[in-house]
Design a protein around this ligand. Sequence first.
Ligand SMILES: *[C@@H]1O[C@H](CO)[C@@H](O)[C@H](O)[C@H]1NC(C)=O
Ligand SMILES: [Cu+2]
Length: 304
Amino acid sequence: MPRPSLLLAALSAATTALAHSHLAHILINGALYHGFDPRPDKSNPPHRVAWTTSNLDDGYVPSSSYTHPDIACHISGTSVPAHAPVRPGDIIHVQWNGWPRDHQAPLLSYLAPCVGTSDGCASVDKAALAWTKIDDSAPVVVDQRAGAPGTWSSHVMIARNNSWGVRVPRGTPGGAYVLRHEAIALHFAKDVGSAQSYPLCMNLWVDADEGGRTGGQRVPGLDLEGGVVATELYGAEDPGILIDVFKVLTKTYAVPGPTLARGAEPVPHSEQIMSMSRTEGVPVRVVGTGTVPWVESTARVFSG
Ligand SMILES: *[C@@H]1O[C@H](CO)[C@@H](O)[C@H](O)[C@H]1NC(C)=O
Ligand SMILES: [Cu+2]
């Protein structure tokens, strides 16, 4: 019979494994598009818009691997043919498969255009994707007291039924994009290499003119010029990555990664809402400069 301390250790290890997460699905104007569940006993629909990954324990990419290509779209991230159609200005509700309260995390979102392919993002080279930050919504909501890690964006996400709204900027040019939504769990981040990134990649088809939404409405364009490749997003010792969240923050939390792009339109905490699914979304495949519906999914109506 194991000693109680070993039993406790085993139990907490099991809890930690369960506590990891993945993309359950995204909701756009009430239409549901499928995420990806990497656990070995799960099956995933072929028309999912989320990239396939091999983090079989629902785990993360540690900050010690920030120069490895896995930081782009999670471990062995591989694109899929389906894209969720979306218009500039729409809010994408990214719904996680739950999130543990003790994984204090900022939530960051990036867009990368898929260029030079005839199938949108399906065959894109992930190492070449240039990521532009479109959301870094105020990661810490309240000041911290010593020993208390404060309230983070992840807590707001949990309270909104594990979902986070990401607005596609109104000035986003039309075309295929990968949306990279990421939580960086900081509960062990006081040690170098121990922050935990959970990058979720999903394919989008932005239905707009070159200059974003037009039709008489003048909006600033989204500045995609400063995009950076994933392996250059973060360093293991960046101030927002190597941090003891249980100490009082003496400075404003330094959000990791590049600055927010001009034209980005993050949804503030106060406007984060829950979204209910009403229908099963019909993803599209990209063919040249246009799209065709992913027909296998059209017959099904979501009953959740
Ligand atoms: C929370 O999300 C789940 C999964 O999508 C859904 O079934 C449930 O209805 C949602 N609850 C609320 C209150 O929105
Ligand atoms: Cu975890």
